[in-house]
Design a protein around this ligand. Structure first.
Ligand SMILES: Nc1ncnc2c1ncn2[C@@H]1O[C@H](COP(=O)(O)OP(=O)(O)OP(=O)(O)O)[C@@H](O)[C@H]1O
Length: 237
């Protein structure tokens, strides 16, 4: 089995006096695709925020490639190789697609198989067609592809997607799922938060379900697929 890349143990976190996470334990191995699932308000985004350093945990440890992330600033964590595609895409209106993909490009970890512009265009041919268009000339789906492409251009060891298909038309969502499957097949380690569990069982290796700030279930896609009671109780499907 491959090495554990990210591990969270006993994470507690919240906003001021309001505690949201009550001891989250999760681990992601290299080349795994893992989802974080659960109904609205159960703590998925808060977990992501603690991993990327946007929110300091009140207790517990977050380790990435063996290094303790507690207390590190978000930019330092990003430099270690964690990239997030945030909810809402956040493209720059006055940069072209190609400028977005070049402006953030880095291969800090010296990966042999790095995400060059050509490789990103191979995963997202639509972005190649739109290379000279500005961010504000793109459709919602194209902006989402660009946000993923931009995150990839930093050659992250862990790519995190927070509700990447939110608000997209079903046919565009399918495009995004196909692209994520291509990334998975290329060996990219991915943590996904999304609500389309039907699609996620076909995409991910493992799933972690949160309820009220705690991990209530973890298992493989086959295990999740076989237990529709879980879908009903915790995923509202
Ligand atoms: N900035 C904030 N300040 C105060 N409370 C917050 C803040 N952000 C989130 N919360 C609260 O923390 C709890 C968990 O929210 P979180 O966004 O982590 O849930 P989630 O599982 O990602 O759900 P969703 O899919 O609705 O985003 C909720 O009760 C939410 O109201």
């Amino acid at each position: 089995m491959s090495e554990v890349l990210l591990s969270c143990t006993g994470i507690q976190a919240g906003y001021g006096a309001s505690q949201v996470l009550f001891g989250i334990d999760l681990a992601i191995r290299e080349k795994e695709v893992v989802t974080l699932l659960g109904r609205n308000g159960m703590g998925k985004s808060t977990t992501l925020k603690t991993i990327i350093g946007a929110l300091a945990p009140q207790a517990g440890h977050i380790r990435f490639d063996g290094k303790l992330l507690n207390g590190m600033r978000p930019d330092a964590i990003a430099r270690l190789g964690i990239a997030i595609v945030p909810e809402g895409r956040q493209c720059f209106p006055n940069l072209t697609v190609e400028e977005h993909l070049l402006a953030f490009a880095a291969n800090r970890n010296g990966q042999a198989d790095s995400w060059t512009l050509d490789r990103i265009y191979a995963v997202f041919p639509r972005l190649k067609e739109r290379a000279r268009n500005l961010g504000n000339q793109l459709s919602g789906g194209e902006q989402q592809m660009l946000a993923i492409g931009r995150a990839l251009s930093t050659n992250p060891r862990l790519l995190i997607l927070d509700e990447a298909t939110e608000g997209l038309a079903p046919v565009i969502r399918e495009d995004i799922w196909r692209c994520l499957a291509t990334l998975r097949d290329a060996g990219q380690t991915i943590l996904v938060v999304d609500k389309y569990v039907h699609r996620l069982v076909g995409l991910a290796d493992r799933h972690v379900i949160l309820a009220r700030g705690q991990v209530v279930w973890q298992g493989t896609s086959a295990q999740l697929d076989a237990d529709r009671g879980l879908w009903h109780t915790h995923l509202g499907v």
